[in-house]
Design a protein around this ligand. Structure first.
Ligand code: MG
Length: 321
C-alpha cells in the first residue's frame, strides 16, 4: 500500500487544489481558526472531529466527556486566535447499534460545555456510519485576529497552566485511578478546560498565539515557522504539576518528556513583547523562553524535534516535521 502523507503534508496538498481565499483580512487554511473580517473585528471559524477508536474509546471514555472535549477543542482554537465562542453546529455519524443513552450523554456533555464557555448549538446533521463520529463546527468572534505568525525577536514565550497532565491521564484511561493525583490527571485528560479566561490577556498583549492540542514541541515549531523566527526555550522553566511529578517519579520517567511531547493539553502558547511580559506570581502563566532572529526551536541550546500528535498516523507520537 502506498505510504500515506502526514497530516500537515496532506493539508498542504489539499489546500493547493483550492483557490486562495479572496478578500482583505480573510484568514484561510494554516492557523488555529479561519477568520472573516466584520465591522468590529473578526468572525472565527473552526471545526474538530472526534472519532470512536481514534479520539475516544467506546465503553471506556464516558460519552459526556467526549461531548465536552470535542467542543472544548474547537473553543480552544477560537481562544488561540483571541476570540470567544458563540455558536456551534454538531454533526454525527451514528452506527446502527449505538446505544441511545450514549448519544444522550454525549449531548449532556456538549450542553455542559456550552453553558461553561458560552456557546449555543444551533444545528447540525446526522448520518449512518460504521463508527461513531462527532463533528463540531464552532463560530466565534474577536476584536482582532491573533495569528501564529506574529512573534517578533525579543518577545518572551509564555505558556498557560501546566503541561503533560492530559498525556499522563491518557495513560491512565481505562484503569481505576489510584489516589487524588491520578484522579486529577485523568480529569485533565477527559475534561480539558479551553483557556477562554485568557482571551483578554491575549488581546491586550499577545503578538502570536496557538493552542497546545498536538504537543508543546510541535506547536513551538508551528509558531517559529509561521513567524520566521527562532524560539529558545529552557526545559527547567516548562511548568509541570505536582501530580505529574509524582506520576512520573513512580514510573521512573522524566515528566518533561510528557510536557514537551504530550497532546490534548488545550493550554495556550503565546508570545508577548518584553514590556508586556506577565509578572511572576500572577495568573497561571509561565515564561519559558524568548524569541530570537533565525529559525527552528532550541531547548537548552539543542534543536528540539517537532514531534507531536499527527492525526493520520497510528504510531504516536509521530516523527518530526
Ligand atoms: Mg489549534
Amino acid at each position: 500500500m502506498k505510504k500515506s502523507l502526514g497530516e500537515f503534508e496532506l493539508i498542504k496538498r489539499l489546500a493547493s487544489r483550492l483557490p486562495a481565499p479572496s478578500g482583505e483580512g480573510v484568514v484561510g487554511i494554516g492557523d488555529d481558526a479561519a477568520a472573516l473580517p466584520t465591522k468590529d473585528g473578526v468572525m472565527l471559524l473552526t471545526c474538530d472531529i472526534a472519532l470512536a477508536g481514534r479520539h475516544f474509546q467506546p465503553g471506556i471514555t464516558p460519552m459526556a466527556d467526549v461531548g465536552w472535549k470535542v467542543t472544548s477543542s474547537s473553543v480552544s482554537d477560537i481562544a488561540a486566535c483571541g476570540g470567544m465562542p458563540a455558536s456551534a453546529l454538531i454533526s454525527l455519524g451514528v452506527p446502527e447499534d449505538s446505544p441511545q443513552e450514549d448519544l444522550d450523554a454525549l449531548y449532556e456533555g456538549i450542553a455542559e460545555a456550552g453553558a461553561h464557555y458560552g456557546f449555543e448549538v444551533l444545528g447540525g446533521n446526522v448520518t449512518g456510519s460504521k463508527e461513531l463520529l462527532v463533528d463540531c463546527f464552532m463560530m466565534g468572534q474577536a476584536p482582532r485576529f491573533i495569528p501564529r505568525g506574529g512573534a517578533q525577536p525579543g518577545d518572551v514565550i509564555c505558556v498557560s497552566g501546566t503541561l503533560g497532565d492530559s498525556d499522563a491521564g491518557l495513560t491512565l484511561l481505562g484503569n481505576e485511578p489510584q489516589g487524588a493525583a491520578e484522579q486529577a490527571l485523568l480529569r485533565r485528560h477527559l475534561r480539558p478546560r479551553a483557556r477562554t479566561d485568557l482571551v483578554p490577556l491575549l488581546q491586550r498583549a499577545a503578538s502570536a498565539a496557538i493552542d497546545i492540542s498536538d504537543a508543546l514541541a510541535s506547536e513551538l515549531h508551528h509558531v517559529a515557522r509561521a513567524s520566521a523566527v527562532q524560539l529558545v526555550v529552557e526545559g527547567r522553566r516548562v511548568p509541570i504539576s505536582s501530580e505529574l511529578r509524582s506520576f512520573a517519579h513512580a514510573r521512573h520517567e522524566d515528566p518533561l518528556q510528557r510536557a514537551l511531547f504530550g497532546g490534548e493539553e488545550y493550554q495556550l502558547l503565546f508570545t508577548v513583547p518584553p514590556h508586556k511580559a506577565p509578572q511572576p506570581g500572577g495568573e497561571d502563566i509561565t515564561v519559558i523562553g524568548e524569541v530570537r532572529e533565525g529559525s527552528g526551536v532550541l531547548l537548552d541550546g539543542e534543536p528540539l524535534p517537532g514531534r507531536g500528535w499527527d492525526h493520520l498516523r497510528k504510531d504516536q507520537p509521530s516523527g518530526g516535521e
